[in-house]
Design a protein around this ligand. Structure first.
Ligand code: AMP
Length: 134
């Protein structure tokens, strides 16, 4: 069965997509730790990040860097925190999190539950920075 992220990639379920190319996609986490929490995902459905072949791994990092740069501009913060967990969704992904303190990276604390409208506003802001014509 395809992962929930593959279903977003295939537009079978909605996602607040901020960036995409032939091999990667980035969209907002529906239950973010902080507003702007973004997931960067390779389209190839591999469970464990370190099972990606070297080229795919490096390209995913470069794609993440581009998204992180835009995210930092869209969501003023001290920096973008990076995390890989993968205990919930077996399709590898990188969490990009706009942080102002260590606690913003605390995955044990209760997650936020933003409305679709709130997610749309943030996704549009990030997309605009990545592609001002959008
Ligand atoms: P983990 O696999 O432990 O790295 O966590 C998976 C992350 O994916 C969690 O932060 C979830 O909130 C997020 N998530 C799960 N389903 C969706 C979805 N349909 N759209 C966006 N984010 C999701």
């Amino acid at each position: 069965m395809p992962s929930i992220f593959t279903r977003i990639i295939n537009r079978e379920i909605p996602g607040h997509i901020v960036a995409e190319d032939d091999h990667h996609i980035a969209f907002l986490d529906i239950n973010p730790l902080v507003p702007g929490h973004t997931l960067v995902v390779p389209k190839l459905e591999v469970d464990y990040l370190f099972d990606l072949e070297d080229g795919a791994f490096c390209k995913l990092q470069l794609f993440s860097k581009k998204v992180a740069d835009a995210l930092e501009q869209a969501m003023p913060c001290l920096r973008i925190g990076v995390s890989v967990i993968g205990l919930e969704v077996p399709h590898c992904h990188i969490h990009l999190i706009p942080i102002n303190s260590m606690d913003d990276m605390n995955f044990s604390r209760p997650k936020l539950n933003p409305t679709q409208d709130e997610l749309t506003v943030i996704a549009n802001r990030i997309r605009q920075i990545l592609d001002p014509r959008s």
